[in-house]
Design a protein around this ligand. Structure first.
Ligand SMILES: Cc1ncc(COP(=O)(O)O)c(C=O)c1O
Length: 475
């Protein structure tokens, strides 16, 4: 007779003689809800669990399959079966799976989180990362673990800066040198350091796209640069409004405007660089998610056209994971010394071990391989969400889906809808979305900024259904 399994203290004697797979799936489901098994944790191999329970392996395989169909677990042949999301109660049914995610307190825990800006973290290339890290630890001398690079340079690891110089040349068209590249802890740090440097140079304000990233705007304001909104239209930033405004620096997302998804037109690019050269202005180019492109031609970076007027920045947050806090700034020569001084004063230099690992991934081609895989995956999720939003588009007056050709999010335009109230109602139902007006400097037509990359298709459909219900009632 079986003595049961250590895993969840499963006692086969408590299971019914018929419907064991259902019983087992329900026990695992409940354990995940109760937090006994967390997202990312492995379930025991089916063969092992079956042996411990004294059942045939098929029963356990069937239970895992059912949990997989609900999106609760993912199975990869070599990596095994892992918990993929935390379902809301009750026990499994045919209903779409739902998730609990972090977010401001609310009466119902979020079950679908469409907050933009996060890639599918289940795709993180764990094996490649571990492989590269092992290589780095095996080959690097102990001196690699001291402060900054051997010369005590806050710019970061020279090998990574060289690898990124090559990557930025082939993927973004930049013609730069490792000397111009500074490794930072994400675009967020580039903005903080740039704001600091500019304030010291006498700047008090910065032009930002309207709508534009609320997070970036708040950060710049925190560091002492007052954001001045410049409207965005179907060609991108409205450059003529820059001429009229007080700012001599502008933050822009030309490859994939955040959050509208517009790619800046060639005409506007020329106008923008003309403004910079005539006014001595600086363009901060936030290339935050340019590597995710689906059905449009690559949009070149602005930097190659005017390297002394453009401070280009990007990171691995949307390509690998935001938790790495690893990015780059390509800094014009006239700002470089001040930027490096601010970097040194801020944190001496970025953590070296992740830099060395990223260098391996970029140089070995593993980074590109991951990007190709992520692109296919995200594109299919985008297609699911676009199709599922068809009901909203066909029933709510003026509704449209835009900004779908690239990135990790799309924009559902809902011009006649109070998007903040809509987002709040959806949150009460456990669906987290970002209202477009949160990203606007001046209030304007409503919309929802919907991140699709990290969500299981069933959850995307469930969210679209909830959005349709609420938007129709308010449209
Ligand atoms: C437009 C935009 N810029 C920058 C960032 C910050 O990126 P990082 O993680 O590199 O600091 C984000 C994050 O969501 C973003 O949406």
């Amino acid at each position: 007779m079986s003595s049961g399994a250590d895993f969840l203290q499963l006692d086969p004697a408590a299971a019914p003689s018929v419907g064991r797979a259902t019983w087992l799936a329900a026990r695992i489901h409940d354990a995940v809800v109760a937090g006994a098994v967390g997202v990312g944790e492995h379930l025991p191999p089916s063969r092992q669990l079956a042996a411990e329970l004294g059942w045939s392996r098929g029963v356990v395989v069937e239970a895992y399959q059912r949990l997989g169909e609900q999106g609760l677990v993912t199975a990869r042949s070599r990596a095994g079966t892992r918990v993929a999301l935390v379902p809301a109660q009750p026990a499994p049914s045919g209903a779409p799976p739902v998730t609990r995610a972090a977010g401001p307190a609310s009466s119902t825990p979020p079950r679908v989180d469409l907050s933009p800006g996060v890639p599918d973290l289940d795709l993180f290339p764990r094996a490649a990362w571990v492989h590269a890290e092992r290589e780095v630890l095996t080959r690097s001398p102990s001196s690699a673990l001291r402060y900054g690079d051997p010369a005590g340079d806050p710019a970061g690891d020279p090998g990574l800066r060289t690898a990124l110089t090559g990557w930025l040349a082939t993927h973004r068209g930049l013609r730069t040198t490792p000397e111009a590249v500074v490794i930072v802890s994400g675009v967020a740090q580039t903005l903080a350091l740039t704001a600091h440097v500019l304030r010291r140079a006498g700047h008090r304000c910065i032009a930002v796209e309207d709508p534009g990233s609320r997070g970036a705007r708040d950060e710049l304001a925190y560091w002492g640069l007052a954001p001045v909104g410049v409207p965005v239209d179907a060609e991108g930033l409205l450059v003529e409004a820059l001429h009229a405004g007080p700012a001599r620096v502008v933050l822009t997302t030309p490859a994939h405007q955040y959050p509208t998804g517009v790619a800046m037109s060639p005409r506007r690019r020329t106008q923008l660089l003309g403004w910079a050269s005539r006014s001595g202005g600086l363009v901060v180019e936030d290339d935050y998610d340019a590597e995710h492109r689906y059905d449009r031609a690559p949009t070149p970076a602005l930097h190659p056209s005017a390297p002394e007027s453009v401070l280009h920045t990007g990171s691995v947050s949307k390509a690998l994971a935001p938790a790495l806090r690893l990015g780059w700034a390509v800094v014009p020569e006239h700002l470089r010394a001040a930027f490096l001084e601010a970097k040194h004063a801020s944190d001496i230099a970025s953590a070296s071990l992740p830099q060395l690992v990223l260098e391996r991934l970029v140089s070995s081609g593993a980074y590109d391989q991951h990007l190709r895989r992520a692109r296919r995956h995200q594109r299919s999720r985008r297609d699911v969400l676009v199709a599922a939003l068809g009901a909203v588009v066909s029933t709510v007056p003026g509704a449209a889906v835009s900004g779908v050709a690239a990135g990790l999010h799309l924009l559902l335009e809902l011009p006649g809808v109070d998007d903040v109230a809509l987002a709040s109602a959806l949150r009460d139902e456990g669906v987290v979305v970002d209202p477009l007006n949160r990203h606007r400097v001046a209030p304007g037509p409503g919309g929802l900024v919907l991140g699709y990359a990290s969500q299981h298709p069933n959850r995307l459909r469930a969210a679209a259904e909830a959005i349709a219900r609420h938007a129709v009632a308010r449209g």
